[in-house]
Ligand binder design. Structure first.
Ligand SMILES: [Fe+2]
Length: 162
């Protein structure tokens, strides 16, 4: 992993901690980039009676994901490392599976998104724990906000699926 220009970097976290957390955040960034692409896929390809509702909700989700992508990449730089930037690296490192361009009905769309939010919830918890163990409250704080968002989104998706 590339280091950023970190002359005079002294934020009270040791090098090992910064490196370990940055590595985890690069995997996290890859997950978000794949999620961003998948949310667009489903936004475009969803079909059926709930088209408008789901189409709009997915736009809300990918806009939020876009902000998180920027925040996570900038967090990695703040920790003294460089974010991954290649699409090939994102797909190689992501825990989320890419999906085809085809028609998706409403329930399948919601199920795919719910599964990805569930994966992200688990990954987010792991990095929060790692960051807290290493004393990196800044990363933990950022991710706790995301965790609450994913949990709320998951509840809404389950409510619509039931
Ligand atoms: Fe659109």
């Amino acid at each position: 992993m590339e280091k950023s220009r970190n002359i005079n970097l002294n934020i009270g976290l040791n090098e090992n901690a910064r490196e370990e957390i940055s590595k985890a955040l690069n995997v996290y960034l890859s997950n978000l980039q794949i999620l961003y692409a998948k949310l667009h896929n489903l936004h475009w390809n969803v079909e059926g009676q709930n088209f408008f509702k789901i189409h709009e909700k997915l736009e809300e989700f990918y806009d939020a994901t876009s902000e998180q992508i920027d925040e996570v990449a900038e967090r990695i730089l703040s920790l003294g490392y460089r974010p991954l930037v290649k699409l090939s690296e994102y797909s190689e490192n992501s825990d989320l599976k890419e999906i085809e361009s085809r028609a998706y009905d409403g329930s399948e769309t919601l199920e795919v998104v719910l599964e990805d939010f569930t994966t992200l919830i688990n990954e987010t918890r792991k990095i929060i724990k790692l960051a807290q163990e290493k004393g990196d409250e800044g990363t933990a704080d950022m991710l706790i906000g995301y965790l609450k968002e994913y949990e709320k989104n998951s509840w809404m998706l389950r409510a619509m699926l039931s």
